[in-house]
Design a protein. Structure first.
Lengths: 267, 484
């Protein structure tokens, strides 16, 4: 057998689609193959290719923390922010793009300016993914609707494309420090739980009890109706423009927003 | 004289305090649970008073960054957050309501003028506070926009507004955004006290010239409008100094002030309007000037009849575009319009128009042109210009890279070179570029794919420009975007 075969093979790291998983994969990839071509793929989405060696990453929090520290130290906080956001996106090639961007950062004179190097395709990809996630997070800061449950908890269900809960946690914790609230991401099965006067936490793999989530407080319906009254009367008839409304507030967000529940309001 | 005012303010302040105490004693129970009679009232009031407030276009929650301190509810983000979009496509950011739609003034263009027979009602401070807090908790809104008709007198109205804001800030401990109207003619001290509770304050110009104001708003005068504006400006300046000395001094109108002008009710040209706006930005340090396409709600001989063509939305849109050019792109009103061309072109946006008239300055080289010049290229926005400036330090940029950075190449390609080359072979000819820019669908310029012929049409003469004022706004594929 040809002696240099292991050098010609592309090493591909397989990990789960979580921050810990991706962090561990980046850690391993950086440790073993930072000077050569390597890939990172998500478990369950691997497309087998020739001349690749596949390896499942041993995932642990420690590795993720270490790589995060390294990125912050060498690439600066802003690049770290972009990379974190990019890793939360729904693109299966996100790990690889981040890895290549990190490799590119070693080649430019000032690594801290890596995110300005948009001429590089992988940096541009990380930038785009980061923008996609932060745009969606911003959309949800706007369009999340809470309903008050019987026990006074503010509850919200959303179905985002990317894993935005961590991006909006700080915003809502600061906004409602004295409230018990909870946001449930139905797409990824993650919940963000905030007990009053406390830090908020991410919870994985807990089944939502639809009965408990549907039991709203007495005043809830009245305020939803008031909100619909306001929503109707604030629009100027002469200027009506549903196309513009759809541009600004796409239909996919409307399912969870009480102002668009026309049928339920009458029941 | 000043003693008398002082006494009046003090006695009013006592009343205000009493009001506040009363409403505290009412308890903080939900307003909607106060019996069936009360219940209907709140729905009706909200319908009437939000319907009456909708013609005020300012609905931004921007300009101030404030974290919650952990003891109440709410924070502010300087970019502003829109929480919904109504059927007319405008954003809903604040709970926009009037305190009352009773009014002693008789402005011709206003639904609430005293000579109109409309249903009149008023909120109580408690109702406004409960609505704001409960909507805010559910993340429906970003804060409160409180305007008002003139009930009894300007002073009395301002006092009611102050009482509401006081309750909201100090009883409900609300730390979100508050936009409040300064009532023209109210006691400056009341306005000042209110300013310490609000984030943004606005006095509406309504009409760009004193003459139109006299015609359509007989109870308002330019002096009455500009005086509180100047006062807020000076107080803000003072406050800035206080804050540098005492870090925790209370903030006075931290998000600045704004105003609004009605477009199309009076015969002013775009050039006049834009000049007024520029003066307001420069001399009064306003944060925003809003333009509101005139919607005829009253039949009046002093008002134009616009029923068939609808409100002048395209004109309003062009004014907003020009407004952006003034505030972010270092343009001057004089550059965009002049006495001979006092109105905007309805087919092309103001920046394209400017570029077409100054083709001698184009094309510019992306990899070398300074930031200011990049900002003047059609298709390059504020963000993409700064991205270009940063990215080109790392290496030469190509057209593909520009596209990824968010440059709109279908407009920019006529005005740019990358490393000395244009994207396609194009002519630096005004007619040619105009014709291509008017092809709203993304399309290669003629000749780029080797084809140099095209179908002739009777309507090919693009040298003509229609005046915005006297023609219906129906260009090829024109549509009005939101800029606010």
């Amino acid at each position: 057998m040809w002696k240099g075969w292991d050098k010609a093979m592309k090493q591909v790291y397989i990990c789960t689609d979580t921050m810990t998983g991706l962090g561990s994969a980046l850690y391993d990839a950086w440790k073993e193959s930072r000077d050569k071509e390597a890939g990172i793929e998500l478990r369950g989405k691997v497309q087998q290719q020739l001349f690749c060696e596949y390896k499942t990453v041993v995932e642990c929090e420690d590795k993720a923390v270490k790589i995060a520290g390294m990125i912050k130290r060498h690439l600066g906080y802003n690049a770290y922010w972009d990379i974190c956001n990019a890793l939360l996106s729904d693109d299966s090639a996100k790990g690889e793009a981040v890895f290549h961007a990190m490799q590119e950062a070693r080649r430019i004179p000032d690594s801290r300016k890596i995110m300005e190097h948009l001429g590089h395709p992988d940096v541009a990809k990380v930038f785009e993914l980061s923008r996609r996630v932060s745009n969606e997070a911003h959309r949800y800061k706007e369009f999340i609707r809470f309903r008050e449950l019987k026990n006074g908890v503010l509850f919200s269900e959303i179905s985002p494309r990317t894993q935005i809960l961590t991006c909006i946690a700080e915003h809502f914790s600061n906004r409602f420090p004295l409230e018990n609230w909870m946001i449930c991401d139905k797409t990824h099965g993650i919940s963000l739980v905030h007990p009053a006067r406390d830090k908020c936490r991410l919870v994985w793999g807990v089944e939502l009890n639809p009965e408990a989530a549907g039991a709203v407080s007495d005043a809830e319906e009245a305020y939803e109706t008031l909100w619909r009254v306001f929503f109707e009367s604030i629009s100027i008839k002469e200027r009506e423009n549903p196309g513009l409304q759809r541009n600004m507030l796409p239909l996919r967000y409307r399912g969870d927003m009480p102002e668009f529940w026309t049928d339920r309001s009458e029941s | 004289m000043s003693d008398e005012i002082m006494q009046r303010v003090q006695s009013r302040a006592m009343d205000t305090m009493k009001n506040i105490k009363d409403s505290i004693q009412c308890g903080t129970k939900h307003i909607v649970q106060t019996g069936s009679a009360g219940r209907k009232n709140v729905y009706e009031k909200l319908r009437i008073l939000s319907d009456a407030a909708k013609y005020d276009v300012a609905c931004t929650s921007s300009g101030v960054d404030r974290k919650g301190d952990g003891t109440g509810m709410g924070n502010c983000s300087s970019a502003g957050i829109c929480h919904s979009f109504s059927a007319d496509g405008r954003c809903i950011s604040l709970l926009k309501i009037l305190y009352t739609n009773e009014c002693i003034f008789d402005c011709k263009y206003c639904v609430n003028r005293s000579s109109n027979d409309v249903e009149r009602t008023s909120f109580t401070p408690e109702e406004v506070c409960s609505l704001t807090m409960e909507f805010y908790r559910r993340n429906y809104i970003e804060g409160l926009f409180l305007s008002s008709g003139i009930l009894k007198s300007p002073d009395y109205t301002m006092e009611q507004i102050y009482a509401t804001l006081y309750r909201l800030r100090h009883v409900c401990n609300f730390q979100g955004y508050i936009h409040v109207k300064a009532i023209p003619g109210a006691d400056p001290r009341l306005i000042q006290m209110t300013g310490y509770l609000a984030d943004r304050m606005s006095v509406n110009m309504e009409l760009p010239t004193a003459e139109s104001l006299r015609l359509l708003a007989p109870h308002k005068s330019r002096k009455n409008i500009l005086a509180p504006m100047r006062m807020v400006q000076e107080k803000t300046k003072e406050n800035r100094q206080e804050i540098t000395v005492y870090r925790n001094a209370p903030r006075f109108v931290p998000a600045g002030q704004s105003t609004q002008m009605i477009i199309g009710a009076t015969p002013e040209t775009d050039y006049q309007i834009l000049n007024v706006a520029e003066a307001l930005y420069k001399k009064f340090e306003l944060k925003r000037v809003f333009y509101s396409a005139f919607v005829p709600v009253n039949e009046d001989k002093a008002l134009p009849a616009l029923k068939e063509s609808g409100p002048p939305l395209l004109r309003e849109h062009r004014l907003y575009q020009a407004d952006w050019l003034l505030r972010f792109y270092h343009f001057e009103a004089e550059e965009l319009l002049d006495e001979e061309n006092p109105n905007f072109n309805i087919f092309l946006d103001p920046k394209c128009c400017w570029a077409l008239k100054h083709l001698d300055q184009f094309p510019v080289e992306v990899n070398r042109a300074d930031h200011r010049m990049l900002l003047r290229v059609p298709g390059i926005g504020y963000k993409s210009a700064s991205r270009i400036v940063k990215a080109r330090r790392m290496g030469n940029l190509r057209f593909e890279d520009l596209k990824k950075m968010g440059v709109v190449l279908k407009r920019a390609l006529y005005f740019l070179t990358c490393q000395g080359k244009m994207m396609y072979p194009t002519r630096m000819d005004e007619d040619y570029i105009t014709r291509n820019l008017l092809n709203t669908k993304e399309r290669l310029p003629e000749g780029a794919d080797g084809m140099t012929y095209r179908q002739m049409s009777l309507f090919d003469d693009m040298n003509f420009t229609m005046q915005a004022g006297n023609s219906p706004a129906k260009g090829p594929g024109l549509h009005v975007e939101r800029m606010g």
